[in-house]
Design a protein around this ligand. Structure first.
Ligand SMILES: [Zn+2]
Length: 423
């Protein structure tokens, strides 16, 4: 149960909550949730819902997926980081990790589904290249709340849940992620559907922000450095926003953690722009030949071409406010960091988390960080091998396929039928 208002970062004015994603005054800015409780009080609720006083929701769900933080021993020794803490957001029951879809996207999907249910009667539409789709399908499967998920056709093998997702409608687009986004906008133009919102959705950001809250509660203070691999950078924004709230709380320190964010070579647009201290991304400079670059990365979830970087309250502001650093990680560095982590800590990693681990190794080797200070390494996904030991993975099949550039009119009837059947 939380009491909150929405505010525009740019004008500071209050914005009415109707699953609102943007300032009604037309400002190109993120909105932020302003919580009535200025000190964090943990709730007696499962998983992520322990932090529900700082989530833009009133109710909770009986689902125990949530962030986990523990102090590293083996990797800490290897890297000579005596105060290394690992935020593990995946499946690893021995450590309390109960995210069965194995990625921190479930921390975004859980509060988003509650927020949508509390503020709109429309059906959520999510465009995703993989992990986000799986997270929303799982929450739909567990709650029976319908969702429409639009993915590029080649992402279908990544879609599975641990219980059948009977109320979800998956649309496969014969094209790439950008084509899927475009088609999801088409679906949202139909009555009865609403776009999920991505970085502009406060529930998604504050859901991810629980990784920082959980770390502060576990460690007893905010970390000095926060490491994460980024595609859109929304996780970095979320960590900063959570840290600002923790600073105002007064019990967790006064210095904001410095954001140490990483991308995967050869596609590193935000690294390129930040290293020039430029607010605006320039396509020719920051992501030349982007299609080829995207096809060559180890972790394709880190390849958003339109990240919320320049927008007020976005990645540039988060990096500026925390004196952050950006790292470009090669595929080889990511692979060997992933192998090192698994060998030392004992769990398999999502490729993005391997990129993040590689950036921490870079930071240690280059002297970018004071190795005696407190580090939070956000492992944004892992346990894909471990989850198969405990669960049968149920593949999710698309309800129908459309070609890239299809219009909403072509599928209107089918969609209305599907949603009717689901009701
Ligand atoms: Zn505004």
């Amino acid at each position: 149960m939380s009491d909150y208002t929405l505010r525009c970062v740019l004008c500071g004015e209050e914005v009415p909550e109707q699953y609102t994603l943007a300032c009604p005054r037309g400002h190109p800015s993120l909105l932020r949730a302003d919580y009535a409780e200025k000190q964090l009080h943990l709730k007696n609720a499962p998983g992520i819902f322990r932090f529900s006083s700082w989530l833009p929701i009133h109710g909770t769900l009986p689902i125990d997926a949530g962030p986990v933080c523990y102090k590293s021993k083996a990797l800490a020794r290897e890297l000579n980081l005596p105060n290394l803490h690992i935020g593990f957001n995946g499946y690893w029951p021995e450590r309390g990790g109960k995210i069965t879809t194995c990625s921190f996207k479930e921390l975004e999907a859980l509060p988003t589904m509650v927020r949508a249910k509390e503020n709109t009667t429309k059906t959520l539409v999510i465009a995703s290249a993989g992990n986000t789709a799986r997270a929303f399908l799982q929450v739909s499967a567990l709650t029976g709340v319908p969702v429409v998920v639009v993915v590029p056709e080649k992402a279908i093998p990544r879609l599975w849940t641990t219980v059948p997702a009977d109320k979800a409608c998956v649309i496969a687009v014969r094209g790439d992620y950008t084509d899927a986004i475009r088609f999801s906008r088409e679906v949202c133009s139909l009555p009865g559907f609403i776009e999920e919102g991505g970085a502009r959705n406060v529930a998604r950001r504050d859901g991810m922000g629980t990784v920082m809250l959980d770390a502060a509660v576990t460690i007893g203070r905010m970390p000095d450095y926060y490491f994460q691999a980024i595609g859109s950078g929304t996780g970095g924004i979320a960590a900063w926003e959570a840290a600002v709230r923790l600073r105002a709380d007064g019990r967790f320190g006064t210095a904001l953690p410095s954001l140490h964010l990483s991308q995967n070579l050869p596609f590193v647009p935000m690294v390129s722009a930040w290293n020039d201290r430029r607010r605006n991304l320039i396509a020719e400079t920051d992501m030349p030949d982007s299609q080829t670059a995207i096809s060559r990365v180890y972790s394709d979830v880190l390849t958003n071409r339109e990240p919320p970087y320049a927008i007020p309250g976005g990645v540039f502001d988060a990096m500026s406010a925390t004196d952050g650093r950006m790292y470009a990680v090669s595929n080889d560095e990511a692979c060997s960091a992933g192998t090192l982590f698994t060998g030392l800590e004992g769990i398999d990693l999502d490729p993005a988390a391997a990129v993040c681990t590689a950036s921490l190794i870079q930071a240690c080797e280059s002297g970018n960080i004071d190795t005696n200070r407190t580090v939070l390494l956000n492992i944004t996904g892992g346990g894909y091998e471990r989850v198969r030991e405990d669960h049968t993975l149920v593949p999710v099949q698309p309800a129908f396929c459309v070609s890239a550039g299809a219009t909403a009119g072509q599928v209107n009837k089918e969609l209305v039928e599907i949603v009717k059947i689901h009701e």
